[in-house]
Ligand binder design. Structure first.
Ligand SMILES: Cc1cc2nc3c(=O)[nH]c(=O)nc-3n(C[C@H](O)[C@H](O)[C@H](O)COP(=O)(O)O)c2cc1C
Length: 90
């Protein structure tokens, strides 16, 4: 199984969490790709069996790059998005 983790971070915490989750998925023997949501252009979603989107709240909203990624990939990832991951609260 190949899993995509697309993340956005403002202060770096979500990147660390996404990396931790990616390592655990790899430990289970699955393929995993960690991608900054800002670098999603040209992504081929068909390569993935599942997807996790990760971001953090700042002033009540997720990062614009994550929202843009979700909008741009909604149709392609619709069948594959399995989780949203976010650390909420300080
Ligand atoms: C300026 C600022 C605004 C924040 N606003 C929210 C918020 O509206 N809701 C919330 O639950 N957490 C809020 N937080 C907490 C962050 O979501 C939390 O620190 C998170 O771990 C940051 O993740 P990041 O380093 O990946 O950006 C805020 C933090 C900061 C510094």
């Amino acid at each position: 199984m190949k899993i995509l983790i697309a993340y956005a971070t403002t202060d770096g915490q979500t990147r660390k969490i996404a990396r931790f989750v990616a390592d655990r998925i790899a430990d289970l023997g699955h393929g995993v790709e960690l991608l900054s949501a800002a670098d999603g252009e040209g992504l081929e979603p068909a390569r993935f069996d599942g997807a996790i989107l990760a971001g953090s709240l700042h002033a009540g909203g997720f990062q614009k790059s994550l929202a843009a990624f979700a909008r741009a990939q909604a149709e392609a990832l619709g069948r594959a998005v399995d989780a949203w991951l976010g650390r909420i609260g300080g």
